[in-house]
Design a protein around this ligand. Sequence first.
Ligand code: ADP
Length: 175
Amino acid sequence: MTDNPASARIGVYPGTFDPITLGHADIIRRGAKLVDRLIIGVTTNPSKNPMFTPDERMAMVGREVADMGIENVEVVGFNALLMKFARKQNANVILRGLRAVADFEYEYQMAGMNQQLDPEIETVFLMADVSLQPIASKLVKEIALFGGDIAKFVSPSVRDDVIARIAQRGQLGDY
Ligand code: ADP
């Protein structure tokens, strides 16, 4: 879908998605119901030393979205100031997931600064299902690196991808 009527609600859900977890997927499912179009912004910034390349992360997100059968979602890579990216996408709203109290301070500060950078774009926080709230990509990778089962945290195909990447690299890496 390329044409955006002026009244269309467009949301951007930004993140690293290294890899996409069931927590992210739940936020996407909830977010997609709130807007006409949801753009998942996959950051291509290499400073986080990710396990998966931007193209791999975008492909994984795209595959999960297709598997969920959600049609108003697009996946777009970005390496820019979030508010500039959001503006370029004609977004009205930034969606973020909130997990525990630990997320709050950072998210609060980011939302406050983003509000000053672009007062036209609102940040909206969503909570994942209670059972999915503790999930974090970083911990998924750590658990997998130490041979733990990540089946409860990611989809079967993401699980296979993580296991394959760890097998490929052969040993504990610095992700
Ligand atoms: P992570 O913090 O897991 O590395 P991202 O940078 O990809 O993830 O996060 C993108 C967004 O998704 C952030 O707003 C983050 O708070 C949110 N998020 C990630 N995991 C969850 C979860 N389990 N429940 C709710 N929100 C989440």
